[in-house]
Write a protein that binds this ligand. Structure first.
Ligand SMILES: Nc1ncnc2c1ncn2[C@@H]1O[C@H](COP(=O)(O)OP(=O)(O)OP(=O)(O)O)[C@@H](O)[C@H]1O
Length: 251
């Protein structure tokens, strides 16, 4: 199998507290990996290690390695800005910038040096189409992004990522603040996006994991207890703790 990301014996400490305990996992290119597990078990922490968002926290110490196409993302020579361009992230609550829809999407390409208006127009349209939002906003590109619904804002945030041509999309409970229809749209979008991107998604919604992911990892107390194809995790879990969790018997 073609692995986009290889995680080897990854440990993360917040001060003295070990929050990720020797995580080893290979993430298949152009697949959706769902991370499930109870609150506080380390899912978000793990997600953020992939594009080094945890570097922003002073007390964090990391051991082990994460390879992106064979490149160790923690190597001192790695350009973190470029890494975050390749590995983009969407958060629980949509966080559009307080500017127009157009400028939200053009923001990243501009920072990376694109100033040609025609080219930016193209990128904006392509990204909004890629995030299944174009038809809903094409008449109001100059309006504030803050006027969009929550579901539209989340797709705008996805479009904003697509505009800088990432390879990996990290999604931290992207539907937790959305209504069922917006959730369905994001799920459909995720299924479409995996043709081009490798997606890692944290979700508390087991049905969502079953619907959209190819692989599922079950976290508990900082450990990746089990990792397998999604249908195997949900139909024949190997570990009793996974079974207890997915059948709702947990705790
Ligand atoms: N900045 C931080 N400083 C210290 N400890 C932290 C920090 N961020 C997270 N933790 C701790 O690390 C552990 C894992 O947290 P994390 O947010 O990764 O869990 P999670 O599985 O994503 O939870 P949830 O599902 O509630 O979002 C928790 O015990 C949490 O309190």
């Amino acid at each position: 199998m073609d692995y986009k990301i290889e995680v080897n014996k990854l440990k993360l400490y917040y001060g003295d507290v070990l929050a990720l305990k020797k995580i080893t996992i290979n993430i298949v290119k152009n697949s959706v990996l769902a991370l499930i597990g109870p609150s506080g078990c380390g899912k978000s922490t793990f997600l953020k290690t992939i594009n080094r968002m945890n570097d922003l926290i002073e007390t964090v110490k990391i051991e082990g390695e994460i390879l992106l196409d064979g490149m160790n993302v923690y190597h001192p020579n790695v350009d973190v800005v470029m890494l975050r361009k390749r590995v983009g992230m969407v958060f629980q609550r949509p966080n559009p910038f307080p500017m127009s829809i157009y400028d939200n999407i053009a923001y990243g390409p501009r920072i990376h040096g694109q100033s040609n208006k025609g080219k930016l127009d193209e990128i904006v349209e392509k990204s909004l189409r890629g995030a299944a939002l174009w038809d809903e906003v094409k008449e109001r590109l100059t309006s504030s992004a803050m006027g969009l619904s929550g579901g539209q804002q989340q797709r705008l945030c996805i479009a904003r990522l697509l505009a800088v041509e990432p390879e990996v999309l990290l999604m931290d409970e992207p539907c937790s603040a959305l209504d069922p229809i917006s959730t369905m749209k994001i799920e459909e979008l995720v299924t479409e996006l995996k043709d081009k991107y490798t997606i890692v998604m944290v979700t508390h919604n087991m049905q969502q994991a079953a619907r959209v992911s190819d692989f599922t990892g079950f976290f508990l107390n900082g450990e990746m207890v089990e990792y397998d194809k999604t249908d195997a995790i949900f139909t024949r879990p190997q570990d009793n703790r996974t079974e207890d969790y997915i059948t709702g018997r947990f705790g």
